[in-house]
Every structure is written in structure tokens, then in C-alpha cells.
Design a protein around this ligand. Structure first.
Ligand SMILES: Nc1nc2c(ncn2[C@@H]2O[C@H](COP(=O)(O)OP(=O)(O)OP(=O)(O)O)[C@@H](O)[C@H]2O)c(=O)[nH]1
Ligand SMILES: [Mg+2]
Length: 625
């Protein structure tokens, strides 16, 4: 593909609820533009976008995919994203690299939960929007109903740019309301507006013109002066209004049949914003605009692992020009990166390209230090672009290697998956010692586990994270335990008497001694303490750490030959267990830090203060070598 100038680039993210036809729309765009010679389908598992085995298996998208097409002198970088909620990080990454959001609606169900999620992301990133009512060939397709629902949800700036001709089996084309022409079939053959639709088209056109006029003062003046408005003027104002988010045009398609797809590409090419139309991006004190002669600044919006070229880094060039075989500086990591070949990425395929103009999207392989959200720039002129904000994980499972072979491979393999998937988190729960994998839902973790197996042949088991309960006591207890093994040869002997008493919540476990007369020689007291602390850590009653009590060694006995540190440690351990057994042991459940709803109290009145027993949220992050 040739190198396109910034003004001729369109970065367009496909967003919306699951299963509304985003991937199919991308596939149809590739097909009608000639980028592919055969149209694949999600059912057959041969679309360019859903190339991952897990996507084939599930028949829905899990990753974002780049689908660049050329149309009417423009390079349209379509970015397909998943509709399934668990994979929203991919949607956020895709939207971060785009200048226009295509909000895809189903022609029967209209706006849905996933649509609202997509809308919020586009709103937060201030992305101009275009609404596509797809699957018009379905039974009960209802363009007018969907349009009304969209206007109700998002206001009058939602305006129809097209009127479908027919629906379901009779959906054969559409009327372009701006030019008042009909475009028939998958090849969008130009025709007159069908007489039966003329009246409806006229009335819709006037509401479209009103919506366009409202975005442009000069045009407003002419309009109210009843002066005629030319199509060029309207097209220019539509472009401006769309770019500023003042108007949200609605078009219609049946992607599976490619009907309406050529006109959609035409609308994007003619009216969609180019990177040069976007607001300057603040990077520290600097303010960057999409100029190829400007300083180099690129945002990394995706990291993928390719079986052939290895780690792939997707970047959106905010400013400047980047060429193959050059060096860039990772401003976040403070490290040099050698860029090998620059690629145009289409699905899983790479096509080498010489350079990228400002505003364009490309990929490079094998960067050493760079992760999603980083900025690449020139070492001499450094910028840090605003990073990418990801939602906090909501679903956590403990992960364990399922076989000996998996033990060493687990850490590095999970790290690789974390690089690719910013929605994942890996932590170690300092309270239970478990490795916790967190994500945006159970499907998210299931897919991650399958990828571990498929990509790295690592078998793991997932289980609900252990709640870091604690054990404590509700009343005083004592125990006097003798450990004795004297069956000839070097025997073992130690007698330990302990007293335990409850302490305030959060006090932890405290050990002290008030041995008199050397009943327990000084050198063995540390062994007693060690025995007490180890047993407390393992838990006495239910295997949870014993806490918030005072343990006092107050008496004991030793044997001049058979006593040793080991025998006193063992005796201390047993003595503690016996003391707890008589002191009304209690299970404590962690409570969330203040301000969050406390978990239900366990058996007794007292509950853990957050200082001693670390609730899950304070778990430390695991660094895998
Ligand atoms: N009848 C009809 N079916 C369509 C059309 N477009 C897509 N489909 C079907 O709708 C289903 C979902 O299509 P996808 O392209 O996977 O939808 P998606 O929005 O990418 O779904 P997610 O990846 O889950 O977000 C598939 O069975 C498609 O064949 C269309 O225009 N008409
Ligand atoms: Mg899809």
C-alpha cells in the first residue's frame, strides 16, 4: 500500500454490543475495497479480523484487529473490537487509536448494554461518532424504530443521513438524503429515489439539513434567510459538525450481503475526520498536532504476540514521520528502541511499508522495552503522551500450575500474556501466599487459561481465592506439654508450659516469657518462640494464621542430654495447639477497608481490623523473573 498523507487518513474504530456484525462489516469493507478477494464469515471462521483460534472456537471477537482499506483516495484504518464485556480493554485500546467511532447497532434490537458501554468510551475520549444500523436484512428489522431509540438516548444531534429501501428480504439499497440519490444492491448502483419513498425521504432530509445547519453559523444565517444551500456547503458543514461531535449521522447496512457498505466507506472518506482535524494532544507542556514535519510522537495502543514475528507493537503516530530501520526513544521506560521493518497490519498479516505519516497506524516487531500505553519519540525531543486508562479487574481466581512441568514456565508465560492484555492483573496475596489472576470476567480468565495452554503449553488450575481468614481466641488458655523420645541413643526431651490470652483486634501475635529459675534454659527460649510462631502461621484449628493473642512461656523443663532446640520447638508447637483448644478459638473474616461495605461477621462479635490481617486489596504485585 502506498504512503498516505495525513489528510487522507481515516482512523475508524468499530464499537458496539456483541454480535451486531462489527467483524462482518469490517470483512465486507475489505471485500468491496478489494483488499481481500473472498468475503469470509464468522460462522466459517475465516474472517480477517477474528483470526485467533479462541475466536474461531467462540465465534466472537476477543481482540482488536486492524483492517486497513483504501477507498476514494483515502486510507481507512478500520479497527474492529470485541463486543463482549470481558474484553473491553481491547475496545479502549482501539478507541484510543481512532479519530471516529462507528457505533454499530442491530436493526432489530437497537441500542443495547454493550452499545452504552461503547458510547461511554467514545464520550470519554471525545470521539466523533457515526451510527451504523446493521443487519437490515433480518426479519423485523426496523430502521425508524432504531433511529427513534437512538435519538431518545443520545438526543437530536442523532440525524439520519440515509433511508433504507425496504427491510428484511426487501432491503435492496438506500437513499442518500444529502444528495437525494438511491444506491442499490451490494454494488451501490446509483438510481433515482423510489417514488414511494420520496415524501419520507424529503421530510427526513429536511430534519437532516436542520441538524447540519445547527452546526454552522454561516449556514444558519443563510438557512433562515431562506437562501438555497448547496450540497457542497452541506457536505462541508456535515464534515465539520461530525468532527466536532455536533451531529451524529445514521446510516444503514446489511454487512453480510455488503449492502450499504460502499456508501458507508464513501461517508467515512468524504465526511469523516482525518487526524489533521483532531484537537491538539497535550504531552506535558507540548501540544501535538498531526503534522508529518512535526516532532515524532507515537502512542503504543496494542501489544500482540505473533507466532512468526514474535512480539508485535501497534502504534498510532500522533505527530511526525517514522521510517523503517530507525531508532526511537521509549519516553516512559527511558530506553532506546530499534525499529526494524514497519508494517501495515491487516488481521494477522503484515505488509512491509517504508514509512508512516503523522496520524497513521502501523506495527513493528520485537521492541525490547515497550508496552501498551507507552510513548515512542525522538531521543532529542521527548514527549510522554497521556497513557491509556483501563478498568480495574472485577474477577479474581487463584492460579496454580497443574503439573511439575508447568511450575517454571507459569511465571514467564503469564508475563507474556499480561503484556498482550492490559485488562489482566497478576498479584500475590501476601495473606494466603496464592498467586491471583484478575480480569474483567470469567470468560476473560477462561480465555487466558486456554491461551496459556495453546501458546505456551502450560497447564494450570483455577480456583476461588482463599479468603484470608484468621484464627484467634476468645478467652485465656494454658497448656503444659512434654515432648519425650528416650528410647536409647540420643533422645529428645522438652517440657513447655504456655499461657495464652486474647488481645485487641489488630494487635497481632505477641510472644513473651516469664521463665524463672532457668526451668527452660535461655538458649532454648528462641526455639520455643520459633515453634509458637511457625505453628501460629500455619494455623491451629482451620489452617488460618492465629493472631491477636499473647503467648507467654511461663514454665518448662529440660534434660541435660536429650534437650535440643528441635525438641523445644516441637514441644512449644504442641503446647500452643493444646492451649488454643481450651481457649474458645474463633475464625475471623477480613473486612474491606473503611468506606467499603464490611463482609459478614463470622462466629463471634469481633472482626479483623484492616491493619493486621491483610484483606485482598492490599496484596503485593508478583514480579516473575
Ligand atoms: N443477517 C445478517 N447477519 C449478519 C449481518 N452481519 C453480521 N451478521 C451475523 O451476525 C452474527 C454476528 O456477527 P459478527 O460480525 O461476529 O458480530 P460482532 O459485532 O463482531 O460480534 P462480537 O465480535 O461478539 O462483538 C454472525 O452470525 C454474522 O454472520 C448482516 O448484515 N445480516
Ligand atoms: Mg466481532
Amino acid at each position: 500500500m502506498k504512503v498516505y498523507a495525513t489528510e487522507d487518513i481515516r482512523n475508524v474504530v468499530l464499537m458496539g454490543h456483541g454480535s451486531v456484525g462489527k467483524t462482518t462489516l469490517g470483512e465486507a469493507a475489505l471485500f468491496v475495497s478489494g483488499a481481500v478477494t473472498r468475503m469470509g464469515s464468522v460462522e466459517e471462521g475465516n474472517t480477517v479480523s477474528d483470526y485467533d483460534d479462541d475466536e474461531h472456537k467462540r465465534k466472537f471477537s476477543l481482540n482488536l484487529a486492524l483492517l486497513p482499506v483504501e477507498w476514494e483516495g483515502r486510507k481507512i484504518n478500520l479497527i474492529d473490537t470485541p463486543g463482549y464485556a470481558d474484553f473491553v480493554s481491547e475496545v479502549i485500546c482501539g478507541a484510543q487509536a481512532a479519530d471516529l467511532a462507528l457505533i454499530v447497532l442491530d436493526a432489530v434490537s437497537g441500542p443495547e448494554v454493550g452499545t452504552d458501554r461503547a458510547w461511554q468510551i467514545a464520550e470519554r475520549l471525545k470521539l466523533p461518532r457515526l451510527i451504523v444500523v446493521n443487519r437490515m436484512d433480518r426479519e423485523n428489522a426496523n430502521f425508524a424504530g432504531v433511529l427513534a431509540a437512538a435519538q431518545q438516548r443520545w438526543g437530536t444531534k442523532v440525524a439520519p443521513l440515509q433511508l433504507p429501501i425496504g427491510s428484511h428480504e426487501t432491503f435492496t439499497g438506500l437513499v442518500d438524503l444529502l444528495h437525494m440519490k438511491a444506491y442499490m444492491g451490494d454494488r451501490a448502483e446509483e438510481a433515482d429515489v423510489p417514488a414511494a419513498l420520496r415524501e419520507e425521504a424529503e421530510s427526513l432530509r429536511s430534519s437532516l439539513i436542520e441538524a447540519i445547519v445547527e452546526t454552522d453559523e454561516d449556514l444558519m444565517t443563510k438557512y433562515f434567510a431562506d437562501e438555497a444551500l448547496t450540497e457542497e456547503e452541506l457536505a462541508r458543514a456535515l464534515h465539520g459538525g461530525l468532527d466536532q461531535g455536533l451531529i451524529i449521522p445514521v446510516v444503514c447496512t446489511a454487512a453480510a450481503k455488503q449492502t450499504g457498505v460502499r456508501r458507508l466507506l464513501q461517508v467515512i472518506a468524504a465526511s469523516g475526520p482525518s487526524p489533521a482535524d483532531r484537537e491538539p494532544i497535550a504531552a506535558g507542556d507540548a501540544s501535538l498536532v498531526a503534522r508529518s514535519d512535526g516532532p515524532v510522537a507515537a502512542l503504543v495502543f496494542k501489544t500482540a504476540a505473533d507466532p512468526y514475528v514474535g512480539k508485535l507493537t501497534y502504534l498510532r503516530l500522533i505527530s511526525g514521520t517514522v521510517t523503517s530501520d530507525s531508532h526511537l526513544w521509549n519516553a516512559n521506560k527511558g530506553a532506546d528502541e530499534r525499529l526494524g521493518t514497519l508494517y501495515l497490519q491487516r488481521g494477522k498479516e503484515q505488509e512491509p511499508i517504508a514509512k508512516l505519516s503523522a496520524g497513521d497506524i502501523g506495527a513493528v516487531a520485537k521492541l525490547a522495552h515497550t508496552a501498551t500505553g507507552d510513548t515512542l519519540c525522538a531521543k532529542e525531543q521527548q514527549f510522554v503522551l497521556p497513557g491509556i486508562a483501563f478498568p480495574n479487574p472485577v474477577h479474581s481466581m487463584a492460579v496454580r500450575p497443574a503439573s511439575k512441568a508447568a511450575v517454571d514456565k507459569l511465571g514467564p508465560s503469564l508475563q507474556r500474556l499480561l503484556e498482550e492484555d492490559p485488562g489482566l492483573r497478576l498479584t500475590r496475596d501476601s495473606a494466603t501466599g496464592e498467586v491471583i489472576l484478575s480480569g474483567l470476567g470469567d470468560a476473560h480468565l477462561d480465555v487466558t487459561i486456554e491461551r496459556l495452554k495453546r501458546k505456551f503449553n502450560v497447564d494450570v488450575e483455577l480456583s476461588l481465592p482463599r479468603v484470608p481468614y484468621r484464627e484467634t481466641i476468645a478467652k485465656k488458655g494454658t497448656a503444659d506439654y512434654t515432648h519425650k523420645k528416650q528410647t536409647g541413643g540420643h533422645g529428645q526431651y522438652a517440657r513447655v508450659a504456655l499461657e495464652i490470652s486474647p488481645l485487641a483486634r489488630g494487635a497481632g501475635l505477641q510472644f513473651s516469657e516469664r521463665v524463672v529459675g532457668g526451668s527452660v534454659p535461655r538458649e532454648f527460649i528462641p526455639a520455643v518462640e520459633k515453634g509458637v510462631l511457625e505453628t501460629a502461621r500455619e494455623g491451629v484449628v482451620a489452617g488460618y494464621e492465629l493472631t491477636d493473642c499473647q503467648v507467654v512461656l511461663f514454665d518448662g523443663k529440660h534434660h541435660p542430654v536429650d534437650s535440643s532446640e528441635m525438641s523445644f520447638k516441637l514441644a512449644a508447637s504442641q503446647a500452643l495447639k493444646e492451649a488454643v483448644a481450651g481457649a474458645s478459638s474463633t475464625l475471623l473474616e477480613p473486612i474491606m477497608p473503611s468506606g467499603s461495605a464490611p463482609l459478614k461477621q463470622t462466629l463471634t462479635t469481633s472482626s479483623v481490623t484492616s491493619t493486621r490481617a491483610a484483606p485482598r486489596s492490599t496484596a503485593s504485585t508478583l514480579m516473575v523473573a
